[in-house]
Design a binder for this molecule. Structure first.
Ligand SMILES: *Cc1c(COP(=O)(O)O)cnc(C)c1O
Length: 372
């Protein structure tokens, strides 16, 4: 089945009692027992499980080709719950270029609690191998990475993880299952910030963990999800399920525009470098072909100059909204180093762009006037 069909089928759950094509949102926090004290379905209380959340989780598992999925109240809540499932003394290997919140959780929350972690350039496979220790439980990849759009070889990194008895987790937020399916490259867990492309409209916060196998580790995460309750509301789950229906067509249109914009920026006299997996000069071309079926709608551009030039450029834009986040239908641009703060390793002249659904010609005209 093609992805577009899969996304529709996975989220198409008509209500059997009323025939409603779009199922209701089950706001109820609690579920009644019958005369024999039995629950009519598997639902008892909404923290551990809710029909609207379960519908989203089944859809997420289907999209990624996993056995089970768990939805959370944010991407960070998903990441946090996965780390909570580890034990003091365990080690996590994390890519050097990643969403800044992932190492922030490790540093601020889990390091004091007893996890150790190392950050490594995941494109340097020797360094990856040397950084995996006896107590390494998780190798955490993010590809394409944030904000440099570098690509991790998932097949090789997951093999290195498995050889050491660790699991390989892939943050698939930027690619989405429409472009990249990490389980095909032997990853064990896929993480998403469903806040981004899956919901697609910048109006709901959410996260997910999808497991290739429903094993003891997955069940431990399920237990933590229900016990600690970092879960999305039924309405949030419903919005994310609705967003998934149009993911395929959105990402296709957004990718086509991103390619046109990357081509325009690449070689522009005011531009130092463009980072985009769809450019012929991307260092990981072979891997991109192997792993992704399209380059996606995120790009970063380094303008000539420093922070001042970068900020002056985005100050002149009229069609791009100056805001953090990504994956919505409106184009966003941000000075990433400002968002990440004083310890950021991101170049000061770098701007991260999330391409939306505006027409490519209008966006290019706006960029052209602002770069003039
Ligand atoms: C946004 C994002 C996160 C964090 O997700 P939230 O929903 O904001 O908590 C994690 N990873 C990546 C790649 C992201 O873009």
């Amino acid at each position: 089945m093609h992805f577009d069909t899969l996304a529709l089928r996975a989220t198409h759950q008509p209500d059997p009692t009323t025939g409603a094509v779009i199922p209701p949102i089950y706001l109820s926090t609690t579920f009644a027992r019958d005369e024999a004290n039995e629950l009519p379905a598997d639902f008892m209380y909404t923290r551990p499980n809710n029909p609207t959340r379960e519908a989203l989780e089944k859809a997420l598992a289907a999209l990624e080709g996993g056995a089970v999925a768990m939805a959370f109240g944010s991407g960070q809540a998903a990441t946090m719950t996965l780390f909570q499932a580890l034990r003091p003394g365990d080690h996590v290997l994390l890519s050097a270029d990643s969403y800044y919140g992932t190492p922030a959780l490790l540093e601020q929350v889990f390091h004091p609690w007893g996890l150790t972690y190392t950050r490594v350039d995941m494109s340097d496979l020797d360094a990856v191998q040397q950084s995996i220790h006896e107590n390494t439980r998780v190798v955490w990849c993010e590809t394409p990475s944030n904000p440099m759009l570098s690509i991790t070889d998932l097949l090789t990194v997951s093999r290195l993880a498995h050889e050491a008895g660790a699991i390989c987790v892939c943050d698939n937020t930027w690619a989405t299952p429409a472009l990249q399916r990490p389980f095909d490259f032997n990853c064990d867990v896929v993480m998403h910030s469903t806040t981004k492309y899956l919901s697609g409209h910048s109006d709901v916060l959410g996260g997910a963990l999808i497991f290739k196998h429903d094993n003891a580790f997955a069940q431990r995460v399920r237990m933590l999800q229900g016990l600690s309750g970092a879960v999305p509301s039924p309405f949030d789950c419903w919005l994310i399920s609705r967003g998934i229906k149009t993911l395929g067509v959105r990402i296709r249109a957004q990718t086509a525009t991103a390619q046109a914009i990357a081509d325009f920026l690449d070689g522009h006299p005011a531009v130092e470098q463009v980072h985009y997996p769809g450019l012929a000069n991307h260092p990981d071309r072979a891997l991109i072909h192997q792993q992704m079926n399209a380059p996606g709608a995120m790009l970063s551009v380094q303008v000539k100059g420093e922070a001042a030039e970068a900020l002056r450029f985005i100050g002149k834009l009229k069609l791009f909204t100056r805001a953090t986040s990504l994956g919505g239908v409106e184009s966003l641009i941000e000075h990433r180093a400002s968002v990440e703060g004083p310890n950021s390793a991101t170049p000061q002249n770098l701007l991260r762009i999330s391409i939306g659904l505006e027409h490519a010609e209008d966006l290019i005209a706006d960029l052209a006037q602002a770069l003039r």
